[in-house]
Each structure stands twice: as structure tokens, then as C-alpha cells.
Design a protein around this ligand. Structure first.
Ligand SMILES: Nc1ncnc2c1ncn2[C@@H]1O[C@H](COP(=O)(O)OP(=O)(O)O)[C@@H](O)[C@H]1O
Ligand SMILES: Nc1ncnc2c1ncn2[C@H]1C[C@H](O)[C@@H](COP(=O)(O)OP(=O)(O)O)O1
Ligand SMILES: [Mg+2]
Length: 194
């Protein structure tokens, strides 16, 4: 299976909760036709299925914690394989959340060509998530869980960026700007890949 995926570009999309990862991924899909795989969306689909595993995942996500690495990596891998025949590129949104996740992904699937680091200030992320929480219906878009997610982001996920910076594949995107201006920076980073 790694063979089939080999020719497609893999882009990690990393940033804090509410930084704008999903928003930018949607625009990348529209312009480049990449396959967008959000680890959070895959997990929420499992929760929505009502399965026993979904119930366990829901409890973890509600607390703002990370679900087990194997669970999320298997989901991403299956979703990548399912699209392997048609995919020009993959946006892996919300993964890796910790350095270990990056290492395991590379062992089992392949190396990323680019890491888009979607960067916003903590206060901006909190504001956006509180606003999103008015309509998202997400169990984790509440003040208490947002705080835990932010703490975990700085502790576990920021080291991921440093790890890939050493390889020169990180492009930092200022996500404080309006959506279209953020996207203009994203486009430059992706066009460099070709
Ligand atoms: N550049 C931006 N300016 C203002 N609001 C934004 C921007 N990017 C995203 N948002 C809003 O912030 C919220 C979180 O964005 P989302 O893409 O869901 O982030 P993530 O996937 O990183 O959690 C959404 O309600 C979105 O509409
Ligand atoms: N790669 C990953 N490893 C472990 N847990 C993950 C994960 N991706 C998502 N989750 C779980 C824990 C997160 O708090 C929750 C929501 O993730 P998300 O939808 O990516 O959030 P956001 O887009 O707001 O950053 O799902
Ligand atoms: Mg998202």
C-alpha cells in the first residue's frame, strides 16, 4: 500500500485548536484537489457511529485529551489507502499531535513533503473557539476544555514543529490575518512543492 501512496505529496497541517487548520484545508482542497483527512473529523465520525469504540473516544475528546496513537494512525492510514488511486496529495490535518505520532506515521506510511504551521495567538484561538462553540455542537468547544486543549498543544504539539524545522520542511503561516490573506501565504508554500 505504501507503494500506491508513494507518488502523492503528504502535507502535515499543524497548529493550535481553533488556529484555522480546517478552514485553510477546505480552500486547499478547492484549489488543488488534495484529499483532506482531519484526524478530529475521523474520530468524530467514529463517535457518531455510536460504536463501543466511539463511546470511549468521546470520553477522551470531551476532556481535551489525546486518543491513543494507534487508533488515530490506523484511521488515517485506512482513509489514505481508500483514496490512493485518485489522490494527488494528502492534507493530514491535526496530526501529528506529538513527536511520537510523526515518527510512527513515517514508519508506517511515509515522509511529509511539507508541514504547514498554522500560527495564531492563544487569545485569538480561544476567541475563535468560543465563537465556533455557539454553533459547532462540539463537546470540546467549551471554556474548560479549550483551556486544556491549548495547554496540551503547547506541551505536546509545539515540539513537533521544532522536530520538522530541523528538516527544513516547515512553513509558518500567520493565521491572524483574514482567511483569504492567510490562504495567499498557504498557496505560496504549496506552489513551492512543484
Ligand atoms: N483567518 C481567520 N480569521 C478569522 N476567523 C478564522 C480564521 N480562520 C479560521 N477562523 C474561524 O476560527 C474558527 C476555527 O477555525 P477552524 O478552521 O475550525 O480551526 P481548527 O481546525 O484549527 O480548529 C472557525 O470558526 C473559523 O471560521
Ligand atoms: N492526532 C491525534 N491524536 C490524538 N488525538 C487526537 C488527534 N487528532 C484529534 N484528536 C482528538 C483530541 C482532540 O482534542 C480532538 C479534536 O481534534 P481536532 O478536531 O483536530 O481539533 P481542532 O481542529 O480544534 O484542533 O480529537
Ligand atoms: Mg479542525
Amino acid at each position: 500500500m505504501a507503494d500506491k501512496i508513494k507518488d502523492a505529496k503528504i502535507v502535515f497541517v499543524v497548529g493550535g485548536p481553533g488556529s484555522g487548520k480546517g478552514t485553510q484545508c477546505e480552500k486547499i482542497v478547492a484549489k488543488y484537489g488534495y484529499t483532506h483527512l482531519s484526524s478530529g473529523d475521523l474520530l468524530r465520525a467514529e463517535v457518531a457511529s455510536g460504536s463501543e469504540r466511539g463511546k470511549q473516544l468521546q470520553a477522551i475528546m470531551q476532556k481535551g485529551e489525546l486518543v491513543p496513537l494507534d487508533t488515530v494512525l490506523d484511521m488515517i492510514k485506512d482513509a489514505m489507502i481508500a483514496k490512493a488511486d485518485v489522490s494527488k496529495g494528502y492534507l493530514i490535518d491535526g496530526y501529528p499531535r506529538e513527536v511520537k505520532q510523526g515518527e510512527e506515521f513515517e514508519k508506517k506510511i511515509g515522509a511529509p513533503a511539507l508541514l504547514l504551521y498554522v500560527d495564531a495567538k492563544a487569545e485569538t484561538m480561544v476567541q475563535r473557539l468560543m465563537k465556533r462553540g455557539e454553533t459547532s455542537g462540539r463537546a470540546d468547544d467549551n471554556e474548560e476544555t479549550i483551556k486544556k486543549r491549548l495547554d496540551l498543544y503547547y506541551k505536546a504539539t509545539e515540539p513537533v514543529i521544532a522536530y520538522y524545522e530541523k528538516r527544513g520542511i516547515v512553513r509558518k503561516i500567520n493565521s491572524e490575518l483574514p482567511v483569504d490573506e492567510v490562504f495567499a501565504i498557504v498557496v505560496k508554500a504549496i506552489d513551492e512543492l512543484k
